[in-house]
Design a protein around this ligand. Structure first.
Ligand code: MG
Length: 341
């Protein structure tokens, strides 16, 4: 039994190769928080916090949350269930900060046991679905260039949710016949979503993410009834308890670690979604390979994967799961299997 774990953190600024635009706005510089837990033997577990402005989070709120979470750290990192419950009691909000600590605890446990996280969970890395690559909103000429630049990726996810949707989709379709998924990021009303269905079908779209605002379950259900294309809830679904009310209103749910705040909660989300016969997707923020790799360890359990967050970066400070050309290669090193570049 070790003494209490020590927590250290560092704020990292990362930039995307291109300004990244979705229905809610444009960003190109992102501040991420690298969390390190060290045990008495000097073994380190790492995690990344990807604060979401959508939920009022910034690097500063993450750092403040880490100070609240530190006194709740377990003396025994193997006691993950109690440890995560204590973290929630210490700070029920601030999911991205809790996620960084959760990832670091799991990394530490894997390293102490000498096994990668997917192996600890009993998963087969060969079952990971291909990941899509996201094309943010842009002018048609830029869109076409981005699609060509994403040549190595077999599936594209197109950001929609503005009055320009038709122009965007036609510009993309002009230069590719790859499978397309769309993400409206809650940018449509149910009526606008339903009105776009014929266009989406014509463009061969195979999945629609979060067509309407998060609280509008009736709206999701209306779009779901009208649509032959599967509907996935993202912003409507943060944690496992959000899933039962969505059964019947969507075809699937999207997990994001920064929303759910813990790897054990992510596993519970998979179980609850399956119990309600929903498909399960994992998405991401703009993240480094540290955050992406934590999510990548879940992918053998999932149907749809969108883990391009680190691929969007100009420079990735970490090496972990490789997602080149959409094919996910999980690390074989213990824990998360992430190293500093
Ligand atoms: Mg989404």
């Amino acid at each position: 039994m070790s003494a209490a774990l020590r927590l250290a953190y560092e704020v990292l600024e990362v930039r995307t190769r291109h300004p990244f635009t979705i229905a809610r706005g444009t960003t190109e510089a992102y501040r991420r928080v690298w969390v390190r837990l060290t045990d008495a033997d000097g073994c380190e577990g790492w995690g990344e916090a990807d604060p979401s402005p959508y939920y009022g989070e910034t690097a500063e709120t993450v750092v403040a949350a880490l100070h609240r979470l530190e006194p709740a750290l377990p003396t025994d990192p193997f006691d993950l269930e109690s440890a995560e419950a204590a973290l929630v009691r210490a700070d029920p909000g601030d999911a991205s900060a809790r996620m960084a600590v959760s990832a670091a605890l799991h990394d530490l446990v894997g390293k102490r046991l000498g096994v990668p996280l997917w192996k600890l969970w009993g998963l087969d890395p060969a079952r990971a679905p291909l990941s899509s690559f996201t094309i943010g909103l842009a002018e048609p000429e830029v869109l076409r260039a981005k699609v060509r630049e994403a040549d190595a990726w077999p599936i594209l996810k197109i950001k929609v949710g503005t009055p320009d949707d038709e122009r965007v989709l036609r510009a993309v379709r002009e230069v590719t016949d790859k499978p397309l998924r769309v993400d409206a990021n809650a940018g449509w009303t149910p009526e606008q979503a339903i009105a776009r269905l014929p266009l989406l079908e014509e463009m061969g779209v195979e999945l629609i993410e979060q067509p309407v605002p998060p609280g509008d379950v009736a709206g999701l259900a209306a779009v779901h009834r009208a649509s032959r294309i599967p509907i996935v809830a993202d912003e409507s679904c943060r944690v496992a308890a959000d899933i039962p009310p969505l059964a019947g209103a969507v075809d699937g749910i999207s997990i994001k670690l920064a929303k759910c705040g813990s790897l054990r909660e992510a596993l519970r989300m998979v179980a609850v979604a399956r119990a309600h016969r929903l498909s399960v997707m994992v998405g991401c923020m703009v993240e480094t390979s540290l955050g992406i790799t934590a999510a990548a360890h879940l992918t053998p359990l999932l149907d749809v994967v969108d883990l391009d967050g680190a691929a969007l970066l100009a420079q990735d400070p970490f090496t972990g799961a490789s997602i080149d050309g959409g094919r996910i290669a999980l690390p074989t090193a213990p824990g998360l299997g992430v190293t500093k570049r």
